[in-house]
Write a protein of this length. Structure first.
Length: 287
């Protein structure tokens, strides 16, 4: 971009202003304007050398003025070109953000679609099993069963956006959402959330009630749970444990799985056991 010499323009402006005042004073018009010297009445009475000097200097200043105007025009043209480039860059960035948002929404839709499809499939299998065993010859479709399936799917989807926080100290007048936000920030997550204690509060205060947390999507829940193990290194929240919001059936299945894992750990003390995707996984302790 062509650089405009502002200091040079200020200097020339002051010089022109001073010179104009001097010329007006010289020709006996100290309170007039420079254009007064172009008055025919005045030019007839003025001496020719004096007018020539005024005209010469005026042309010099006019030339400088034209160059200054041209430099401003060039600068404005360059600014306009740069503005167009910046607008194009902004449009490209907006397009990329829109594409990224669309991909995330498509991914979320796919997860929800898969979850709903699997839940409906499981519920219909369960319903079909009951019907086939009770009425093998003439099964009939029950509207109440379909209602149960739909309610189960909706409840499952609602639970997929929840998680449970265990071990968070409880106090009177606590700002629960602020506490939970601090836990999530400890593992690099900052979602918008709603939180509430669940269960009946004990009068002796010996038991800390868990906290049910609701976020905007199941993907956020997955991200939080994937980083939950990092709380073990936290000095402030190392006793806090995060868990999915499971249904009563899922909790019972989880308890049985944990009991089975503990039994195997007693039988095989040289191995370590953990649960992954509903399965008990074992590995040598020295690995």
């Amino acid at each position: 971009m062509e650089k405009v010499d502002l200091e040079g323009i200020d200097y020339m402006w002051n010089e022109v202003f001073t010179w104009s005042k001097e010329q007006l004073k010289r020709f006996g018009k100290p309170y007039g304007k420079l254009r007064d010297l172009a008055d025919p009445k005045f030019s007839k009475s003025a001496r020719k050398p004096e007018l020539e000097d005024v005209c010469s200097r005026s042309f010099e200043y006019m030339h400088f003025l034209m160059e200054t105007v041209q430099s401003y025009r060039n600068a404005c043209t360059n600014l306009q070109s740069q503005l167009i480039k910046n607008q194009e860059t902004l449009i490209n960035v907006q397009k990329e953000l829109s594409e990224c948002k669309s991909k995330k929404l498509e991914s979320l839709e796919e997860v929800v679609r898969s979850l709903v499809a699997n839940s409906v499939k499981d519920e219909f299998k369960s319903y079909s099993s009951v019907v086939s065993s009770s009425q093998p010859t003439a099964p009939t479709f029950c509207p109440e069963a379909l209602k149960t399936v739909v309610e189960t799917v909706i409840a499952e989807e609602d639970r997929s956006r929840n998680l449970i926080v265990f071990g968070l100290p409880e106090g009177d007048g606590e700002e629960l959402e602020t506490k939970v936000s601090e836990i999530f920030e400890e593992i690099g997550q900052k979602p918008k959330l709603e939180a509430q204690r669940i269960g009946k509060k004990k009068t002796d205060g010996a038991t800390t009630r868990p906290v049910k947390v609701c976020v905007s999507s199941s993907l956020i829940v997955q991200q939080i749970l994937a980083n939950a193990r990092n709380l073990r290194q936290s000095t402030k929240f190392k006793t806090v444990f995060l868990s999915p919001d499971r249904s009563p059936e899922q909790r019972e299945s989880r308890r049985e799985l944990i009991a089975s894992m503990r039994a195997r750990a007693l039988e095989e003390p040289d191995k370590k056991f953990y649960i992954r995707e509903g399965q008990i996984i074992s590995a040598n302790r020295n690995d």
